[in-house]
Ligand binder design. Structure first.
Ligand code: ARG
Length: 562
């Protein structure tokens, strides 16, 4: 309604302005705000001048009933919506949204390839891969909610010199029996042993190189071993992904692109980008302020970066994406800068649609986390540990609960996933078992607990929610604050898409839960006076809807009881 009012005065369409509208964080600054900075540049005046001018123009006509008043402040045009009307709009909007409050539908959805998770074959799924999986899956859902068509891509690390090492190690010390027992763990042990022994036994390195070159030239025995290692690892990954409810459209690992490598190398050659250095073929990126990129070794074995070039080219050809997002840890920042620069030098204009979305790493607070071998933390161990602790907590809090086991699993997952999304993604996260499982901190279980509160109110009310309840009766300060939180959700959703920050939704959920619990503590709800009770239950059910929507976007399980 704000848009319809201001657009004609400003000579723009409501669609032009829609993405710009913000919700001021501070109640004193109104309910909606239009920043004038961008327009001020065009109009060659200061943002505040423009805001004042626009305010006058809008107020010269009679304001519609929905708008209480308008202020021009700090380069913003602030709109104060008549509270009664905001309340009705938000609550009825949520009531009618069928779990899609704030979602966007576009006639022609743009396409986003989102690459995430991308663990390495024959190596443990580390806690770092959890971050990629978690952030990536959340972004995929957020993009879908915002009207994109999303392609979920898993760039499995299933090719590279490490396979030569693995095969050499397997032939020396391995057997089928141990892989049948625990494939990933034992393959990983073989890998670690290789690195321990290569120091004193250089023939190992030779053997590994030989195996990898056999693999790259299509040798049957090498290929068979590789396939077997890959299948075993995928079989172990499957339950892990199921546990996290994550799915992919494509498992195109690095091996998927190797046929394309000769063409890419040829292209690089034709463009005159290649240079021979001592033991490799390289691209000199120093003029572009980047380190030299290695594209092929002297023994012609292929490289990670070259496989990434091929992958980008093939994916663009296949999907003609509007956006391609790589959810990969910050240490690979330079790598992606190199990849994108080379694609640019090759003349692929679409590289401007590619984007590395980095994230920091997780460390463990309190008692830390033991590692089975080497310096990696296995995700499965982390999940088990959290479940064990959650089981104890659930047992203490609600010993008579049915399905305690399932609830404990969901609480554990909520704790881990939310802790992972508790800060801007580039920040490092410190996991603390005590804190992340707490029911009243800024945690996943706290959100589940709040949701369960709404569920039990709805059970107690025991009749259908009345979408037409008289919302004028919701006028206490707790109710107004809560309604405003609800009205923020669509804006936060949009911002989490623009900034690729699922964490913003997490924060919004916490604020919503806090406001709800304040309201819950201050007022009678189901047994409030007739009329008020129906209006308050409409509010409760709106909170429930939005909590569920938010939790689902973050991949956090929702609960009815706990
Ligand atoms: N497998 C890699 C790793 O575990 C991550 C792959 C990132 N994606 C890419 N297109 N290079 O470090």
């Amino acid at each position: 309604m704000v848009l319809d009012l201001v657009a004609p005065v400003l000579g723009r369409t409501p669609e032009d302005l829609e993405p710009l509208i913000e919700i001021p964080p501070d109640l004193n600054k109104g309910d909606r705000a239009l920043p004038c900075f961008r327009f001020a540049k065009e109009e060659k005046c200061s943002p505040q001048e423009l805001a004042t001018r626009w305010k006058k123009a809008i107020c010269s006509k009679r304001l519609p009933e929905e708008i209480e008043r308008i202020e021009a402040a700090g380069g913003y045009l602030n709109f104060f919506i008549t509270k009664r009307i905001l309340t009705a709009e938000v609550l009825q909007g949520i009531y009618a949204s069928q779990g899609k409050y704030g979602f966007e539908k576009r006639k022609k959805p743009p396409v986003a390839v989102i690459e995430f998770s991308s663990p390495n074959i024959a190596k443990p799924f580390s806690i770092g891969h959890l971050r990629s999986t978690n952030i990536g899956a959340a972004l995929a859902r957020i993009f879908e909610a915002r009207g994109w068509r999303v392609i979920r891509m898993n760039h499995l690390g299933d090719w590279g010199t490490q396979f030569g090492k693995l095969m050499a190690a397997y032939r020396r010390w391995g057997n089928a029996e141990m892989l049948r027992e625990d494939a990933i763990l034992n393959l990983y042990k073989l890998y670690v042993r290789f690195h321990e022994e290569e120091v004193s036994d250089p023939t190992l390195i030779e053997e590994a190189r030989d195996w990898f070159s056999r693999l790259e030239s299509g040798d049957a025995e090498a290929k068979e071993l590789w396939q077997w290692f890959r299948d075993l690892t995928l079989a172990e990954l499957k339950p892990l992904y199921d546990r996290l409810s994550v799915e992919f459209d494509y498992l195109w690992g690095e091996s998927f692109y190797i046929d394309k490598l000769p063409t890419v190398l040829k292209e690089l050659e034709t463009k005159g980008l290649l240079k021979e250095s001592d033991d490799a073929t390289v691209i000199d990126l120093e003029p572009h302020g980047l380190p030299t990129a290695l594209v092929q070794k002297s023994d012609e074995s292929s490289l990670y970066l070259t496989r990434d070039l091929a992958a980008a080219i093939i994916r663009f050809r296949q999907f003609a994406f509007d956006r391609m997002i790589y959810v990969v840890g910050s240490p690979q920042r330079l790598h992606f800068q190199q990849v994108f620069k080379v694609l640019e030098l090759l003349g692929h204009e679409w590289v401007s649609r590619c984007e590395h979305v980095p994230f920091g790493h997780i460390s463990f607070g309190d008692e830390g986390m033991s590692t089975r071998k080497g310096n990696v933390v296995f995700l499965a161990d982390v999940l088990d540990r959290a479940e064990q602790m959650a089981r104890k907590i659930v047992e203490e809090k609600n010993p008579n609960l049915e399905e305690k086991e399932a609830v404990a699993k969901d609480v554990a997952l909520a704790a881990i996933l939310f802790a992972d999304l508790s800060a801007k993604r580039v920040k490092d996260v410190r996991f603390s078992w005590e804190e992340m499982l707490s029911f009243d901190g800024e945690t996943g279980p706290y959100l589940q607990y709040t949701l369960v509160r709404t569920e039990s109110l709805i059970r107690k009310y025991d009749r259908p929610i009345d979408g037409k309840a008289n919302t004028d009766l919701l006028s206490t300060s707790e109710e107004s604050a809560l309604i405003r939180e609800l009205s923020l959700f669509p804006v936060v959703l949009r911002r989490s898409e623009y900034e690729r920050e699922p964490f913003l939704i997490g924060q919004q959920m916490i604020s919503l839960a806090r406001q709800f619990n304040r309201f819950y503590a201050a007022h009678r709800i189901v047994d409030a006076p007739e009329g008020t009770n129906h209006a308050r239950m409409l509010l409760v059910s709106a909170v429930r809807e939005v909590l569920i929507t938010g939790l689902k976007l973050l991949g956090i399980p929702t609960l009815k009881r706990m």
